[in-house]
Design a binder for this molecule. Structure first.
Ligand code: MN
Length: 132
């Protein structure tokens, strides 16, 4: 069974690449373009997993995770920070702020899906790669 994965990312090229890779492996995607939209979709759509950029207009990934941490009634799912590896300290600070994992950009298509599927419940991992 595929997973429903929310992409919270303001960069169009990154957003489309991630959506393409996930869909090519059978998952369905939801899209938000800033932290405020992401927060609304987390609450309204309860996706199975969230991929969240850190630097975004309107509301950053840091603000998004901070608001979720303060909300005990929020739906529970892994929330993964995705940010440029060149941003020194992002990985450590993202984990300290409450993200469940960190993936560095640029996205490596060969390892991206397997990294995400490790964070999904086994029942949601059964994706079969189509030709990429
Ligand atoms: Mn960004």
């Amino acid at each position: 069974m595929p997973a429903r994965i929310l992409i919270v990312e303001d960069n169009h090229a990154n957003h489309e690449l991630v959506a393409y890779l996930l869909q090519a492996h059978g998952h369905s995607t939801l899209s938000a373009w800033n932290g405020a939209e992401g927060l609304r979709l987390i609450r309204d759509a309860a996706p199975d997993l969230v991929l969240c950029d850190l630097q975004m207009p309107v509301m950053s990934g840091y603000e998004l995770i901070e608001q979720l941490r303060r909300d005990p009634s929020r739906p529970q799912m892994p929330i993964i920070a995705v940010s440029a590896a060149s941003m020194v300290g992002d990985a450590a600070s993202a984990l300290a702020c409450g993200f469940d994992a960190y993936i560095a950009k640029p996205i490596e298509p060969e390892t991206f899906i397997s990294g995400i599927e490790q964070l999904l419940p086994p029942a949601l991992r059964a994706s079969v790669p189509r030709d990429l």
